[in-house]
Design a protein around this ligand. Structure first.
Ligand SMILES: *Cc1c(COP(=O)(O)O)cnc(C)c1O
Length: 240
């Protein structure tokens, strides 16, 4: 399946090092059951499960589609454009989310390809997305990514910059549905998820994109409306 990818991307794509227990259908059922339980404990609706398929090819993805999963996420426009059109032609009703950083020059491609973009994080991208949405006559569901732990290496608008970016988005004619964040690694994610929920509520935003393989249960308990789960469904991604 490597032939699907552009030259230079081959190295980034590899089979899982060690798959989690069970078949893809069993892993999907396990994650869904845990999400349902955690959401119930927190008194929230069950979040939407976005299966993050970055670095996995169609042979790894198809068993999840066969098991009923229809919502997937990628972190690169180019990789998604290489693998998803064919699978979407095979299976109607696939929903595709972009969860990675988006360069302004790829905004038009992203608007055409994705149903949701979770990484709106700066004024220049807001302008590029507004132009692309106007030109294409469609607007994906948009989330503003917040750098919730104020980490230099992470994407996302600062907490202080959030009101300004939301204002810019509205002025540009973009509808923002919610907030997205990735909490600092190796720390209890709960306070960061709670802070993101508070910021979203303050701005009247219903969507909360939070929770990954290590903490989707915590996120569901704290009101996530969608969780982005990769390795718990697909196995480990190899970078070499
Ligand atoms: C890769 C990725 C995920 C999924 O990570 P896992 O730990 O494999 O579940 C979620 N969100 C973003 C932004 C990602 O880049």
């Amino acid at each position: 399946m490597v032939a699907l990818y552009a030259a230079g991307m081959k190295k980034a794509i590899a089979p899982p090092l060690a798959a989690p227990e069970g078949t893809p259908a069993q892993r999907l059922a396990t994650v869904k059951a845990q999400l349902a339980q955690a959401a119930k404990e927190g008194g929230h609706p069950v979040p939407k499960l976005i299966a993050i398929s970055k670095m996995f090819d169609d042979e790894a993805i198809r068993p999840l589609i066969d098991a009923g999963q229809r919502c997937f996420g990628e972190n690169r426009v180019q990789e998604a454009a290489a693998k998803w059109p064919a699978m979407r032609a095979e299976t109607p009703g696939i929903e595709l989310h972009l969860v990675g950083q988006l360069q302004s020059n790829k905004a038009a491609d992203a608007v055409c390809l994705f149903d949701a973009i979770h990484s709106v994080d700066r004024p220049s991208l807001v302008s590029a997305l507004a132009r692309a949405c106007a030109a294409e006559g469609r607007q994906p569901t948009l989330y503003v990514q917040v750098n919730i732990g104020d980490e230099a290496q992470k994407g996302g608008v600062t907490i202080a910059g959030l009101p300004g970016l939301l204002h810019d988005s509205q002025a540009a004619g973009l509808h923002i549905s919610g907030l997205m964040a990735v909490p600092p690694a190796e720390q209890d994610p709960a306070p960061y998820f709670a802070l993101l929920a508070k910021l979203a509520a303050r701005h009247g935003l219903p969507g909360l994109s939070m929770g990954m393989s290590g903490d989707y249960d915590v996120a569901a308990r704290l009101g996530a409306t969608c969780v982005r789960v990769g390795s718990a469904l697909f196995g480990k991604r190899s970078l070499t």
